[in-house]
Ligand binder design. Sequence first.
Ligand SMILES: Cc1ncc(COP(=O)(O)OP(=O)(O)O)c(N)n1
Ligand SMILES: Cc1ncsc1CCOP(=O)(O)O
Length: 533
Amino acid sequence: MPRPTVDYSLYYVTGRSLLPTTSTAPLDSYLDHLELALQGGVTVVQIREKDVDGREFYEVARRSKLVCDKYNVPLFINDRLDIALLLSCHLHVGQSDLPYQLARHLLGPDRLLGVSVNTPDEMLDILKPEHAGMVDYVGIGPAFGTQTKKNLNPVIGVRGVRDVLQVLGDSEIKAVVIGGITPETIPNVLAQTPAPLLPSADPTAASPTKYRSLDGLAVVSSIAASPTPDVAARELRALFAQRDEYTTRLERGGEWSAEKVVQVAAELVDLLRSEEKKPLMHHITNTVVQNDCANLTLALNASPIMSTVSAEAAALSKLLGCLVLNLGTATVPILEVQTIAGREANRNRKKVVFDPVGVGATAYRRKAASDLLNACHVSIIKGNAGEIGALAGSSEVQARGVDSVGPGFKDPVTVVRTLAAREKLVVGMSGEVDYVSDGHSTFAIENGSEWQGKITGSGCMASSAVAVFAGLDHESGPLVATLAGLLVINIAAEIAAERTTVQGPNTFRSALIDECHNLTPEDVVKRARIKRV
Ligand SMILES: Cc1ncc(COP(=O)(O)OP(=O)(O)O)c(N)n1
Ligand SMILES: Cc1ncsc1CCOP(=O)(O)O
């Protein structure tokens, strides 16, 4: 008998101790809860019972199987091969349980076997030719921190999950992600995990054209702790149903020419000028530039709000055009608010711009940036060469505090393209020439003024300009938004610098904000110096 084909989209690992209801008949109440979860769309169930004796585990599994059979949903048993065999169920084992080779031997050929995987090496072991056909799926994680499991393996973040998927490649073994999977974390998981299938593992070798994605989401508390498990399951299923959109977006690549970018940037300036409902820009930014970024946002005809209050992040994210997360004042409370706001923006499918201010300066900031990129999906990273180099893992360009020093990269195009392809977002690198890439198409913008390097916060203001364009409800996407934002601020800077009244940094700063306010679509068309590289 061949093993069944399973839809792993929503894999519910039970957690009886987390159930919200207490009842005089706890097992019945748990079974009712399980049935509701199945009605909501759970596609696979695993019975995971910790700290109970074998008899109780057996009874819970036996009764659960009757419920799952009613919905034709496959049932896995966690760890206990004996119970899986007795009930003709499938089995899940971890790396410290019975070795999966032995488990397969005893389970026989007809039942499904899943294995937990925490590292690329563990994945490689399962893929060895001598282990072929033993494992049907892997549970990759923990992706995020969770209260549900004691003795948790190291948290690997979305990028760790992607590293395992990269090794899994186009194997027929299915993959689910586990650990801290909630409606808030799912958008980032779906956006970040598709792993490029390349002839070589080097993401710079060529633009990836195909990606390996997850086959499902595995959750405990997102369903077990819900008083309405049917509603919870439905929401999780609906979120997972967006998976292919994320992959298709990556596989589509970019078709933009420089001329087309300029034309659309001019249209976007026009749209901003005419927009009655100005896009709301939520900035969680540093204390040095708040006022300038708010004024620049207003000058471009968008509405700034500079809130650092976590309690209103959810409400704001519903009204947002775009969220700006700036690493300049990287205190622990600010990073916490940024994480919450980023996840809420992801949940509401709003764009997030990340300005990794000073990320090259200290190990503390590098960790903060990495944690933020693991916690929420960012659409655009905009930084200077020192910052982009630090995120790309290059030491070619040094950072001095928040500034970048030296002549820049020998091959800036490869740096931005590689980082964009790896992080699956758009990278904008500002400097004498700005480089922008989505991992497929890369552009260089030559507009700008020397004065920009002589005022503090010009990079942060450029990020605000990018965010304004990203926040417009327009189909052109984050690549064009980044290009439009940088074109606009650089052209406004050029025009400002030509003013005879500009005598130094301070008069330039005021003139820059004025010229952002005055800029016309015609200025963009006339002055843009941009090329595809
Ligand atoms: C689908 C899925 N993936 C991973 C695990 C974790 O299993 P394990 O590492 O054995 O840890 P315990 O669940 O036994 O605590 C899982 N159960 N399911
Ligand atoms: C069993 C397990 N294995 C890795 S994390 C985890 C617990 C996941 O629980 P939750 O979905 O509540 O974070």
